[in-house]
Design a protein around this ligand. Structure first.
Ligand code: FRU
Length: 325
């Protein structure tokens, strides 16, 4: 009997602490389970650039068939990825970019578009002059740089919306609370645009402290479903809107398999985004519920198959014992 070679995919994840990353990993695992030959190994760098560089080296040494990396920061991870490619390992960059073109494929949404969409959304909803405070993610990671670029490029051409201030966060809530708290002593914005929903909720908590949570409209990014996800916050009218930032986990696995099979893949693969607000939030929630049901079905079926394989294997060894093999 011919045994087909397994496809070893190594994924170096920036961190696994937040739900967006957990969702990315889950969708990768579910997608990987659809390919019998794929073995997916996930290592999380816990937001530590040095560990991420080490992990990439380890995967190169292990000679994985495909490496997937979601870089913590763009610049410091660039050389590690270039070296992986030099060592002959096809490398997919996901979500956050590196500062070079030396990778096999990139997959992620267009973050400049996300920034532009946020600004256009504000512009389309106002009658008179309005003001906004921007809260960025870690500016050393490409999504923050690009969201800021897109947002400001639209506002530059508009006389109706004034950008009062930009606070630089690190993607997590605690990083923005003190600076926003201080800022709100002197300014009174109509809008807050935060580069992700976690910081957006941090913003809302600070607004509550100032008792102005009903006066300031908040727009976030990510649009996760489930409890503490952006979709629920839009439904609860805590966020005015959120912009969907798909994780691309499933698509990255498909790309990896295509690369191993020698099929053509595009170098840059752009995922779609959409603004989620009160108009379409129910529709989006329904779509995600269906998707989650499907994922759970697949996982359930996988368990049944695993169980059958185990039963088969133990019967097989029993028979071998009985016939003295
Ligand atoms: C998750 C996250 C998201 C954000 C993305 C940008 O770790 O912070 O909230 O959209 O990373 O890379």
């Amino acid at each position: 009997r011919e045994t087909k070679k397994t496809i070893h995919i190594g994924f170096s994840q920036a961190m696994s602490s937040d739900n967006w990353r957990k969702e990315m990993e889950k969708s990768m695992q579910v997608q990987a389970s659809l390919y019998p030959r794929v073995e997916l190994e996930i290592k999380s760098a816990n937001n530590n650039v040095k560990s991420q560089i080490e992990q990439i080296k380890d995967f190169v040494e292990a000679q994985v068939d495909v490496l997937i990396v979601s870089p913590i920061k763009s610049k410091p991870v660039t050389t590690a990825i270039e070296n992986a490619l030099k060592a002959g390992i096809p490398t997919i960059v996901i979500d956050r970019k590196i500062e070079s073109n030396n990778y096999t494929a990139y997959i992620g949404a267009n973050n400049v578009d996300i920034g532009e969409d946020a600004a256009k959304y504000i512009l389309s909803g106002i009658r008179e002059e309005s003001t906004v405070v921007q809260i960025t993610g870690d500016i050393a990671s490409s999504p923050a740089k690009e969201r800021q670029l897109g947002f400001e490029s639209v506002l530059k051409h508009s006389k109706k919306v004034k950008l009062l201030a930009t606070i630089h966060g690190d993607w997590e809530k605690p990083s923005i609370k003190a600076p926003l708290n201080k800022l709100l002593d002197s300014v009174n914005p109509d809008y807050i645009f935060a580069h992700n929903d976690r910081m957006a909720i941090g913003g809302w908590e600070v607004l509550q402290q100032h008792n102005i949570q009903n006066q300031v409209k908040i727009i976030g990014v990510d649009g996760l479903y489930g409890p503490n996800g952006g979709i629920q916050y839009v439904k609860d009218e805590i966020l005015l809107a959120t912009i969907l930032y798909p994780t691309g986990g499933a698509e990255a696995i498909d790309l990896a398999v295509k690369i191993v099979n020698g099929e053509f893949v595009n170098k840059n693969n752009t995922l779609n985004t959409v603004v989620i607000d009160s108009v379409n939030v129910d529709l989006m929630q329904n779509q995600f519920n269906k998707l989650v049901e499907q994922q759970n079905d697949i996982e359930g079926q996988q368990e049944v198959i695993d169980e059958q394989v185990r039963a088969y294997q133990s019967q097989n060894s029993m028979i071998k014992l009985m016939i003295g093999l």
